[in-house]
Design a protein around this ligand. Structure first.
Ligand code: BG6
Length: 423
């Protein structure tokens, strides 16, 4: 398997939201950091809309011209992008795509040797099977690897997930398939393994004897604007909880893996999931945001006001679920997973709530000792300390590892950058 040489990255669904907001900006940042060399890489956008190369470039330019990005760099990067339009279920467009990729490969192969093709599906899962079939039929790489990247929601329930898995699995070998979850690429999610398994003082504390509950919370202060059509099919549980929050739960709850090899980490995660008890109805709360509620900021409409959402939709935009892990480490410790859109603030965090100190001699209301891992880059551990001064009284304080201050000047990669680089 070659990891150098001519690389073609194909973004299917190139004119959509995900591609504009996440995929192209992540590719651009990798390019800026020298991970994608202009003498090796070509990027192909593919979608149904009939537009020119320049139309696509102009559509994504404003998403790249952010922060310290210079406009010349953006222009240089945009020149690497070629657009091919075609439908997702007929061969014609895919044959054209293959022709374009081959041209690029022939041009590069004159000096290089091998080639790599990465297909990133920024598309709804309903078209994954047909698109994968078309890639297999028309666009396979004959002298190097072909890889396929897909994202959640991977089906709607067990049956549809298995069906989808079988349909794609018949076409590609497992090592060619990347089912990615961008939460796993977040810096602080990556840090969970290190925090847990490289710090001696956490090891004896991380269990039912010391931890009262764990909360994994996702909140957004905006609604489903522009994505109502997609969202209404899936709801907050499939959009956030079943994937992102469950992955985080696994990393918080799992045993130490034998090594950092992907299979070893996966094996430990699977054991956690197998130990989760069926959810009790009374431990689930569902809700849907409504434009009249005070918590929803003035400029937002209610969920059902979206023209793509049916008037009587009861799709949840908020859910709170208690999961109970039936094993020696976690028996009796509730894992509370909450996710909601259009709430009063935006945050994603993990709160590990420790039990009170038994036999408190300070009368210090020592409860509320928690550790919080805020996914927007800080880790905070609440502590009881002596109130400075002549009296012996206690006060709640915090050990605060805020990445902005501690790692000043260090660029924290976006989750998608890391995942695309890995694939
Ligand atoms: C996506 C969901 O997977 O994650 C979106 O489909 C959500 O609904 C997004 O807004 C949140 O990602 P992040 O990285 O901004 O927390």
């Amino acid at each position: 398997v070659s990891e150098t040489g001519c690389l073609s990255i194909v973004v299917l669904g190139a004119s959509g939201d995900l591609a504009k907001k996440k995929t192209f900006p992540a590719l651009f940042n990798l390019y800026r950091q020298g991970f994608l060399q202009s003498n090796e890489v070509h990027i192909f956008g593919y979608a149904r809309t009939k537009i020119s190369d320049d139309d696509l470039r102009n559509r994504i330019r404003s998403y790249l011209e952010k922060g310290s990005a210079k406009s010349e760099e953006v222009s240089e990067f945009l020149q690497l992008i070629k657009y091919v339009s075609g439908s997702y279920d007929t061969e014609e467009g895919f044959r054209m795509l293959d022709k374009e990729i081959s041209l690029h490969e022939e041009f590069r192969n004159s000096t290089e040797g091998s080639s790599r093709r990465l297909f990133y599906l920024a598309l709804p899962p309903s078209v994954y099977p047909v698109v994968c079939r078309m890639i297999k039929l028309c666009c396979m790489n004959k002298c190097g690897w072909t890889r396929i990247v897909v994202e959640k929601p991977f089906g709607k329930d067990l049956d549809s997930a298995e069906k989808l898995s079988n349909q794609i699995g018949e076409l590609f070998e497992e090592p060619q398939l990347y089912r990615i979850d961008h939460y796993l690429g977040k810096e602080l999610v990556q840090n969970l393994l290190v925090l847990r398994f490289a710090n001696r003082f956490f090891l004896p504390l991380w269990n039912r004897d010391n931890i009262d509950n764990v909360q994994i919370v996702f909140r957004e202060d905006f609604g489903t604007e522009g994505r109502g059509g997609y969202f209404d099919e899936y709801g907050i549980i499939r959009d956030i909880i079943q994937n992102h929050l469950l992955q985080v739960l696994c990393l918080v709850a799992m045993e130490k893996p034998v090594s950092l090899k992907p299979e070893h980490i996966r094996d430990e995660k699977v054991k956690v999931l197998q130990s989760v008890m069926p959810i009790k109805d009374e431990e689930v709360v569902l809700g849907q945001y409504n434009g009249d509620e005070e918590v929803v900021l003035g400029q937002y409409h209610g969920y059902r006001d979206d023209s793509k959402v049916p008037d009587h939709s009861n799709t949840p935009t908020f859910a709170s679920i208690i999961l109970r892990i039936h094993n020696e480490r976690w028996e009796g410790v509730p894992f509370i997973l909450k996710a909601g859109k259009a709430l009063s603030s935006k945050k994603a965090d993990i709160r590990v709530q420790f039990k009170d100190v038994p036999g408190d001699i300070f009368n210090c209301m020592s409860s509320n000792h928690s550790m919080r891992i805020l996914l927007d880059h800080s880790i905070r551990k609440s502590m009881s300390v002596k109130q400075p001064g002549l009296e012996m009284s206690t006060v709640q304080s915090e050990l605060d590892l805020s990445y902005k201050q501690r790692y000043h000047g260090v660029t924290i990669p976006d989750a998608y950058e890391r995942l695309l680089l890995d694939t």
